[in-house]
Design a protein around this ligand. Structure first.
Ligand code: CIR
Length: 251
């Protein structure tokens, strides 16, 4: 497995955010990003670093620009107009072996709204991702046996802000964020509202990158047999970012 990442831009303190409060500290965000990249380097075959884009404040959040499902990469248009220019450099560095699928023009999609677990693709309908993208993903992936499940996102930027998978068959879900029944046969691990931010994890085999400072999620993952690896993301979070959004994983 490889990961694509992109450095924190010099303009990161102007990144989009829905959060009131102080702007992120660039040096602090860079230290957090460096730790994240070092963790990925320990766990993966290769980490590809896309050249930085210092005039694009949100460029480190590569997840939103491309969705890899098996041997395909799906390219939509970000629901954030100011972020669309980030996509070309990401496309340039994706493995050439992936077949590329560009969604129709009216389909708005941020990768942060797409959660792939086993044969299910959960797609958040949010301020960034629209029903046209859900339909296009269904048309593309249903023939491969993938069931696309739309989930309405409220009070969050993306679906994966509060709902991700630590590994096959399982979903971590912040309580009250979505109906657990939507996740069908998967085992839903509820996360209390006080730790909702930590429902965003990156699972790599038995290892799980998890936000530092969330003991319930950490202990729950441990109990289930995972190896949680805490990551500092305080400055990244000020820009509405979380762990998944900092990379694109390609199996
Ligand atoms: C944005 O608002 O687009 C960025 N500041 C944060 C994007 C976070 N992306 C993600 O969680 N997938």
């Amino acid at each position: 497995m490889i990961a694509l990442v992109r450095p924190v831009s010099d303009s990161f303190d102007r990144a989009l955010t829905r959060k009131p409060g102080p702007r992120p500290d660039i040096a602090g965000a860079r230290a957090e990003h460096a730790r994240y990249v070092a963790t990925l380097r320990d766990l993966l075959d290769e980490v590809v670093v896309i050249p930085p884009a210092h005039d694009q404040p949100d460029a480190c959040f590569v997840e939103d620009m491309a969705v890899v499902v098996g041997d395909r990469v799906v390219l939509g248009r970000s629901g954030a107009i100011s972020r669309r220019a980030e996509q070309n450099a990401v496309i340039d560095d994706l493995p050439a072996s992936l077949s590329r699928h560009v969604l129709p023009e009216g389909a708005l999609l941020d990768g942060g709204d797409v959660l792939h677990v086993d044969d299910r693709l959960f797609v958040g309908v949010s301020a960034r991702t629209n029903p046209a993208a859900v339909h296009a993903l269904h048309d593309l992936l249903a023939p491969d046996g993938i069931t696309v499940v739309p989930i309405q996102v409220r009070d969050a930027l993306h679906l994966k802000c509060h709902c991700t998978s630590p590994g096959p068959g399982r979903v971590l879900l912040a309580e009250g964020f979505a109906d657990p029944e939507l996740f069908g046969p998967l085992d839903v691990i509820p996360v209390p509202p006080s730790e909702a931010y930590a429902a965003n994890v990156v699972g790599i085999g038995q290892h799980v990158l998890v936000a530092e400072g969330y003991p319930y999620v950490n202990e729950t993952l441990n109990r289930l047999g995972f190896d949680p690896i805490p990551q500092p993301v305080v400055e990244i979070a000020k820009a509405d970012g979380s762990l998944t959004c900092l990379s694109i994983l390609v199996a």
